[in-house]
Design a protein around this ligand. Sequence first.
Ligand SMILES: [Zn+2]
Length: 367
Amino acid sequence: MIIDAHNHVLAAGLYPGYERFIKEMTMGYFQSHGSLPEDRDPGDEDWKGLEYLWEPIDPDTLIRDHAGVGVDKCTILAVAPSEYTRYESRGTVDIAGVTGVEGPPSIDKGNDYIAALVAKYPETFIGMSAVNPKFRGVKAAVAELERAITKLQLTGLKLYPMYDHWAPNDRDLAFPIFAKAAELDIPVMVHLSTTPVGDTVLLYGWPVLLDDVARAFPNLRLLVCHAGHPWVDECLVLISRHRNVYLDMSFLNSTLDQRETYGFLRRARQLGCPLSRVCWATDYPGFEFPETLLPKLALVNRAAGDDPLVPQADIARMLGGNYARFLGMDWSQEETLEQMRGLEEKWTGILTGRKTNPPPARPHHTC
Ligand SMILES: [Zn+2]
């Protein structure tokens, strides 16, 4: 079984804040690739043709984009609610009305939307709730987390400290949430990385801040999203210190070519971060799609040159087993190795085709 540990779905806010958020997220990328002017702020005319970026992400398209390359399961992440940044009403909302959750779109129902999608596609989706201690206070966030797990049956929690302006090691704001997660015995994913979006706190994306949490809650399963990019070394040493801390390589892997991906795995080992806590993920629909991100890791040994090969069993575990262990879910290594052998020809075709005909870049990273 191959699992993508990090996906976004639906919209991450109400208009016009959501559109503003996505424009800030993608502007620098398009400017540095020549699709938007660099010498002035792009206006409405300049954004013509790019409106797809702030359209809601359709769950059926998400499933199709994964199933086509051999991914079996996808984690879908709620976005935590907030209304005090310059992006106004932010959080997972079902603007297109595809989940069946009743009433007008509201950021208060982010966890309900994700739970409805899991109920609709139980074989494919793994649902992560999200809460924010600065939205309606710590007590309300803790209560919402309990409801999301016990009533809505979501699997775990995703947190967005830098987006929501709180430090992950804040004793008053963050620790009560981690304490509730430990009590519920659920896995917790934390966005620790940068973001091009301006009204966020860069310092709170620093993975080193999670060290305080891992020391205070040694039995809590934690996962650093995006491998802490660009603080990847800091993330790797953090993981080497704590046996219950994992990473997902989403977003980071879009910035690396295949040889650099091999180098990242070697660097992890050099710093004492076992590959048994590295999880493959895409941040769909981010800077690169599953179609190319999956073969890049699955066939990473093609870029090993004269250097030692990464064992196939390690690759299989990064594609699903490590994340399954993080979740507390069953997974078969033999079955996955067999699956990888069956997909090798297809993946090779994608990798070779890519050299002459690169897929269109559709940056849409939503954190
Ligand atoms: Zn993300």
